[in-house]
Design a protein around this ligand. Structure first.
Ligand SMILES: [Zn+2]
Length: 452
């Protein structure tokens, strides 16, 4: 514990890790022994199967501290530390006692999970993690029809068009930056449902009697596949970051791509036969959210091809930061448990994306026939159904222990603030539900924040 604490002290905090430039340090491999002495770099790199004349080290100070620990920490402690990590990383593939010890510490003590996952649930997560493509191939052929892909394509196009229009109409952004922002927006590649190229797992032999060996074979395959990609030396913007069954979405700043695996393209986020209010209020909002990540505190430092570049004018950057600070303050003020608050700085990128996604997708929804007809379904107007849809997507419960860890480590605010924060700052929400002063979510006009 004390050894790990020393290593942790030399590591950056999650907020510090958001600073792109402070975490980019490129070194030539031959200079490394002089720049950060005390580590056998050649041995380390060949052990990692890395063949490169330069490397990027995100945290040089960590490696400097590591070099000190290599000298001062006893061999016995090092052995225990490494043994622990081999067991911790593989515990879920080993016998019941070790797997249970892993659950007790990681899931129960740290996160307040009261019972272990059922075996089917645990194992299907493992298969998704280690054989995501083969599993995804079967999954999408069974559950993701071409009609769903077509509807999703239209949603992405419409939400992107709505964002372009909003950028053009922004009061705070100058024309030069606007033109560049729109060019970057058009350069974004949308990856929907599943990859064009599937990983084939050549050479991986699966033996139904050997869970641990199978897991290691998959890990070795995935590692080698990553190294091959690196050594090929060519950026592949179509490369996927998640497995097709994953229930998540992402923006990748260094590729300038958005990705929506088939796993998130199901209820409550999306349904091929749902009305537009449900889809724009669900996945439409997520599409808008991901698009704005290209322009948040991190994404705006990259160009349309994903290269690090400063393309904002200083004046626009200043005006953006004023607005971003308002959002930081708003979330700093949100309380969880007795004395814990949301970390506004850590969550700012995600909160800005939630604010933007809500406004952008709503504009796209306004162009639909359903919105224009204004007909109620189950007693709710189209716009009320839009807001209900996203609130349903974010329904979640967290134990207090989990929440404590979540607040310190996760770049997202707890899910209820991801609804009440953006909604209480969005005029259309006031109109849809007739909010009045004195009601809990009411904020005076002048206090309402909007960025995108
Ligand atoms: Zn996000």
């Amino acid at each position: 514990m004390s050894f790990e604490t020393e290593l942790a002290k030399a590591s950056k905090s999650p907020v510090e890790l958001r600073d792109i430039d402070a975490n980019y340090h490129k070194y030539s491999v031959k200079d490394l022994p002089a720049t950060i002495p005390g580590i056998k770099w050649q041995l380390l790199l060949s052990g990692l199967k890395l063949n490169s004349d330069s490397v990027v080290i995100t945290q040089p100070d960590f490696f400097k501290a590591l070099a000190v620990q290599l000298k001062t920490t006893s061999l016995e402690t090092w052995k225990n530390y490494l043994k622990f990590h081999v067991l911790d990383a593989t515990a879920i593939f080993l016998n019941k006692d070790i797997a249970y010890a892993h659950y007790q510490f990681n899931d129960k003590t740290l996160n307040g999970q009261q019972v272990p996952l059922e075996r089917w649930d645990q194992v299907s997560r493992v298969i998704d993690g280690l054989m995501g493509d083969p599993l995804g191939y079967v999954y999408v052929h069974k559950y993701f029809p071409p009609a769903a892909k077509a509807r999703m394509d239209t949603l992405v196009q419409n939400v992107e068009a709505a964002f372009e229009e909003r950028i053009k109409n922004l009061q705070w952004m100058g024309d030069t930056t606007k033109q560049k922002a729109i060019a970057k927006l058009h350069a974004i590649i949308a990856k929907i449902a599943y990859p064009d190229q599937w990983k084939k797992y050549e050479g991986v032999n699966i033996d139904p009697a050997k869970y641990y060996t199978n897991a290691l074979a998959c890990k070795a395959y995935l590692y080698q596949e990553m190294i091959n990609y690196l050594h090929a030396g060519k950026v592949d913007r179509k490369r996927w970051g998640m497995s097709p069954p994953t229930v998540n979405a992402e923006y990748d700043a260094s590729l300038n791509t958005i990705e929506f695996p088939a796993g998130i393209l199901q209820y409550p986020f999306f349904a091929v036969d749902a009305d537009d209010a449900v889809n724009y209020g669900g996945i439409g909002l997520v599409i808008g959210h991901e698009l704005t990540h290209g322009f948040d505190d991190q994404g705006r430092r990259f160009d349309g091809q994903g290269n690090r570049s400063d393309w904002w004018t200083a004046a626009d950057e200043k005006r953006f930061n004023v607005k971003a600070d308002q959002i930081v303050k708003l979330y700093d003020g949100y309380k969880v448990l007795d004395s814990l608050h949301v970390n506004g700085s850590l969550t700012q990128g995600e909160n800005i994306a939630d604010f933007g996604g809500l406004a952008i997708s709503f504009d796209a929804f306004k162009k639909t026939a359903e919105y224009k007809a204004g007909k109620k379904i189950n007693g709710f107007t189209p716009e009320q159904r839009y807001f209900l849809s996203f609130a349903q997507c974010r329904r979640r419960k967290m134990t207090d222990d989990y929440l404590k860890t979540f607040i310190k480590t996760d770049p997202h605010a707890p899910s209820w603030y991801r609804i009440n924060g953006p909604y209480s700052n969005f005029d259309e929400f006031y109109k849809a539900y007739g909010l009045k002063p004195g009601q809990k979510m009411y904020r005076p006009d002048a206090d309402r924040i909007s960025i995108w």
